[in-house]
Design a protein around this ligand. Sequence first.
Ligand SMILES: Cc1cc2nc3c(=O)[nH]c(=O)nc-3n(C[C@H](O)[C@H](O)[C@H](O)COP(=O)(O)OP(=O)(O)OC[C@H]3O[C@@H](n4cnc5c(N)ncnc54)[C@H](O)[C@@H]3O)c2cc1C
Length: 462
Amino acid sequence: MNNVYDTIIIGAGMSGLAAGIRLAMFDKKVLILEKHTIAGGLNSFYARKGRKLDVGLHAMTNFAKKGERGKPLTKLLKQLRIPYGELALNEQQGSKIIFPDTELSFSNDLNVFTDDVLEKFPEEKDGFMALLEDIRNFNEVSLDNPYESAKERVARMIGDENLREMIFCPLLIYGSAWEDDMDFSQFVIMFKSIFLEGFSRPEGGVRRVISLLMKKYKALGGEVRFRSGVNEIISENSVIKGVKLENGEVITASKVLSSIGYPETVSNLNEKIELDPKVGKLSFTETILCYNKKPKDFGVEDTIVFYNENQKYHYRRPSTLFDEKSAVVCLPNNFEIDDYEDGMIRLTFMANFDLWNDLSPEEYDLEKEKVLTASKDIVRKLYPQMDEEPNFVDIFTPTTIKKFTSHHGGTVYGSTDKSRDGRTPIKGLYIIGTDQGFLGIVGAMLSGISMANLHCLMEGSN
Ligand SMILES: Cc1cc2nc3c(=O)[nH]c(=O)nc-3n(C[C@H](O)[C@H](O)[C@H](O)COP(=O)(O)OP(=O)(O)OC[C@H]3O[C@@H](n4cnc5c(N)ncnc54)[C@H](O)[C@@H]3O)c2cc1C
């Protein structure tokens, strides 16, 4: 049978859309198949009571100024041929890491963070400078870096455990599939993306990014089908042949790029393989609180706060439904330009998918109320002056994430078994996005681009 498509991409999240653009740009016949009714995946959007809400977006990491060379963001825009201005990025005002006895501030200027670290941990000056040097000299995007414990490597430079925990806190919760540690390559990616480059927000939120990507992809002749879940990935003698949709339709292609996750991809294979990538343990609840007044009306200027009440930072699946002892608190009004009508605070707690999944509908509603109470408690502790009750609340949980993205275990950062070069035991089937190892909005797009380039566009990739 002749293949109708050169490449099928499973999933219209950030990585799938970026890969699709790259392939369509080089005249490949490409089809994106998406199970959900809209694009965006883990970083999509929805509406509630007239409010437009982003699913995931707190901030885009990897901020770069227009024309800055060699930065992940500018590289990715160049590859996708999207003018910088179209993202309409607004920089953060300033963020914090708050632990019981110490607070560290940072912004998109590394000096703010460095000065605060040196003021609060003067004895760690040499160690912190050595860490910065190590990070700058490390090739974090090499596809054959073996796993190395970041906690162990950083401990060889920084002796103060409190400082180490504070540095790791944002990097883990914004990008680690591993509990309480991360691969050093991932540590460097996250350190650069948060402390060296920083946070920004596209005007209009994630809708702007998705509509830019969709418009570009379609203009290049790319095809996309929504409500088109793949339930079988077909291969013969370990060579990819195509996919079967939930409605039974078979579509053939010589390459398949899968963004649905490594375990999810393997579980859809018609041929059994000796590989069993683990389902990641990390999932989250997200609380969205809207207020009549804006945070700045109360004198609150933080953009993102990484809040932790324990002496150490516990980044792991909690043994309870959620862990209210630490949270990411995001104030999306506090970027350069505030395009929200309401004041808004978003709070992320680590959560246990299995426990949420076992609840009856009544218990589920009750537990969501507890998440709300815990969220309000944290807002009260951080900003006692914000004594106003929210006028709108929405909460989603690990089971919501599973429902809308089909990620096993409601994981956000995927499996701990990544495929750094995207290869699978099936020839012509490649992993892109989170389980290739690059995550977040910018990371996932870069993954889609680099895997499309490597496996579908480079000479000899056929
Ligand atoms: C609450 C939350 C907050 C976040 N905050 C931020 C943030 O502030 N900044 C940031 O940069 N990142 C953030 N992220 C992370 C970011 O959203 C992800 O890392 C990134 O979007 C992953 O993109 P992806 O393409 O790898 O995968 P996904 O987005 O998971 O895309 C996979 C797609 O495949 C589809 N799919 C699944 N199964 C099938 C199937 N069988 N057939 C067809 N389609 C299928 C899914 O519906 C989905 O659309 C957040 C995520 C969440 C959930």
